[in-house]
Design a protein around this ligand. Sequence first.
Ligand SMILES: Nc1ncnc2c1ncn2[C@@H]1O[C@H](COP(=O)(O)OP(=O)(O)O)[C@@H](O)[C@H]1O
Ligand SMILES: [Mg+2]
Length: 280
Amino acid sequence: MSEQAIQLKEVIGNCRYGAKIMAIASGKGGVGKSNIAANLAVCLAASGKKVALVDADMSLGNIDVIMNCCSKYNISHLLDGRKTIEEIIHTGPQGVDIICGASGLENLADISEFQRQRLLKELSRLEEDYDVVIIDNAAGISRSVIGFCVACHHSLVVTTPEATAMTDAYAMVKVLVKNGFEGRISLIVNMADSLAEGRKIYRQISKVATRFLGVHIYDAGVLLKDPRLCAAVRNRKPVVLAYPKAPITRCFAALTSKLGTSQIVHEQQNFFRKVTDYFF
Ligand SMILES: Nc1ncnc2c1ncn2[C@@H]1O[C@H](COP(=O)(O)OP(=O)(O)O)[C@@H](O)[C@H]1O
Ligand SMILES: [Mg+2]
């Protein structure tokens, strides 16, 4: 184990994780979803969990860049029957198993019956084999994104302090509620200038959601704006491993431990079956 990985393990400690399948979503693009998915996966793995990270952004996925994953194969090879899920998994930093997205595929609903059966069969194996599965979604409220989110145990909605990102995060929560999502919805405020600013934004959005949608949004915490994150992406390394002692890593450690205390009963079985039921 590298020196940085040992340092990260010290920062993270051991955590329990209540939800098995978690989707990262946002209304607006560029709010930090993919970086959050990747770094959270690394932190959960550092806490002793067996973690799978699925890049479900079928058109502009970039988990491979952040995790420096040079897998030759991705979900498209699974869809057309050339590869099994085991053959497309690439083990990345901290032992996180990565399933790279298919670039250029806009809508999962466009796939054939053969592909649908195949996707269902192959992805459902992840549910059995991993402690936590993290799904990094495309931005927006497309049918594909909502399909993944409504089927999971926990939807983590990301916003930034920008008014447009906040409005779009609220729109995402609204669409989840309207589509009958039964799991937990949490909000992460990313790129905040201070923890106080982030908490204020959480309070604003959760208040409106309670009042107008009658839903409680859990507080997953605040991630500070930190140029080290961009520097880490340039070096194709998750920031929590590149800078295990930086404030941004402490934010990720707090997020990991907060999620660990959210005990969610696994009432919703067959996640991937639900996903495909939704689509087809
Ligand atoms: N906490 C942060 N501090 C500074 N820059 C950030 C932070 N989070 C994300 N970024 C930057 O924002 C950009 C978009 O991040 P990304 O994870 O690709 O967003 P998304 O997946 O939501 O489109 C990237 O250039 C990334 O480096
Ligand atoms: Mg992304």
